[in-house]
Design a protein around this ligand. Structure first.
Ligand code: LMR
Length: 400
């Protein structure tokens, strides 16, 4: 029967990683996959995570099952972290732990399809390529709205609102909570307020992908848009990832949070999230969730984690400023100023696909084909070479 299967196209981000690993050139630079690296090029285990693991290892007496929706200590802690305590205690919140942020998007897709089969899901253009890949197989219709203004490097709010003005009641609007992937261009307070008005007017439901909380402007600031929507709208979905901000990528730790209006609907929502976990994988993975719960419950560990997270965030901002300054110094002009203004792990370099190909072929610098750069792959030591290569790759294109 399996002769019916066609070869799947490779995931472009993973394929790029394989090309990088196979490249024998000394000094090759990986600005591809969204994994944090420090100035030495390592993806370290955070000290707070190590200490939490030590405590778990010493204190854990069983590996028996937890609960289908995940361990309550993790679920409560992640809801508090994302929504703040006021909303967390409002009686509007359902939550299920999931295998990473992708698992949360996957469970959201099934939840939406169960509530409204064939619903339309609106994605920003551009977005993380796995969004349509995960959402469409649930039978959802994928539509796109304008998001990025390539001329300014900011959000095209007018275009976004015009496109989403065509959304219907029960449509779902995917938003990046902070640190937009791949552009680094985020909505500000005005943009989030406009999204509230739009969702209220159209009867659309936001699905916020919060994969980089703490990587942009700080933990609270990165949750501000999510909280604005959660307070103002009756129904909101939030897909949370702990992969990046706790650095526990392979532990697959995340959660799907659903807000419903106060009253009786919560029981049906919590029951559905629990049933969706049961039918997808029974119990969500626990080790990463236990690490997160241990850190968030202990004031000392929490302060240590927040300090480490802040160092990661400010390091990426410093990388951004250094690259933008070096590109300006080399005559790149104002077009690269956006790199310093954008936030999170990614920016879209304003260069052609040809320049991206030349950066890889001629300079051993790896970016995603659309020009997405992982700014955490920059270091004080490699910034001058990256800037020179970008200018050279652009010039080669102009000459060719
Ligand atoms: C990325 O966008 O590079 C990361 O989110 C990793 C992934 O799974 O694609």
């Amino acid at each position: 029967m399996f002769e019916t299967l066609a070869p799947e196209p490779e995931d472009q981000i993973m394929a790029l990683g394989a090309l990088f690993r196979a490249d024998p050139r000394q000094g090759r630079i990986d600005l591809g996959i969204g994994v944090y690296r420090d100035a030495a090029g390592r993806t370290p285990v955070m000290a707070a995570v190590r200490e939490a693991e030590r405590r778990i290892w010493e204190g854990e007496t069983t590996k028996s099952y937890t609960a289908l929706a995940g361990d309550a200590a993790f679920n409560d802690a992640i809801v508090d972290l994302v929504l703040g305590e006021g909303l967390a205690r409002s009686g509007r919140v359902s939550v299920a732990a999931t295998p990473g942020g992708t698992g949360a998007i996957r469970q959201a897709a099934d939840l939406i399809a169960r509530a409204r089969p064939g619903a339309t899901v609106w994605l920003p253009d551009p977005t993380w390529p796995n969004h349509p890949a995960v959402l469409a197989p649930a039978g959802l219709r994928v539509a796109h709205y304008r998001y990025y203004d390539a001329a300014t490097g900011g959000v095209d709010l007018g275009g976004m609102l015009a496109d989403l003005g065509r959304a219907g009641a029960g449509d779902v609007i995917v938003l990046h909570g902070a640190c937009h992937n791949p552009t680094g261009a985020d909505l500000g307070p005005e943009g989030w307020a406009a999204v509230v008005g739009l969702c209220a007017a159209r009867g659309a439901v936001p699905l916020i992908d919060l994969a980089y909380m703490g990587f942009g402007a700080g933990l609270g600031a990165d949750a501000a848009g999510t909280r604005t929507l959660a307070h103002a709208l009756p129904e909101v979905l939030v897909a949370v990832s702990c992969s990046k901000n706790f650095g526990i990528y392979r532990e697959r730790t995340g959660a799907l949070i659903a807000l419903t209006p106060e009253g009786s609907r919560r029981a049906a929502m919590q029951g559905t999230l629990t049933a969706l976990n049961r039918t997808a994988y029974s119990f969500p993975p626990d080790h990463g969730a236990r690490i997160v719960a241990t850190i968030l419950a202990d004031p000392g560990l929490r302060a240590q984690w927040e300090g480490e997270l802040d160092a990661i965030r400010t390091g990426m901002i410093a990388n951004r400023a250094a690259l933008a300054a070096e590109l300006a110094r080399l005559g790149g002009g104002a077009r690269f100023d956006r790199i310093a203004a954008q936030r999170g792990m990614f920016s879209l370099l304003p260069v052609s696909p040809g320049a991206v190909a030349r950066l890889r072929a001629d300079h051993a610098i790896y970016l995603v084909a659309n020009g997405r750069m992982n700014v955490a792959g920059l270091t004080p030591a490699n910034v001058p070479a990256v800037a020179r290569a970008i200018i050279a790759a652009m010039a080669e294109g102009a000459a060719g």
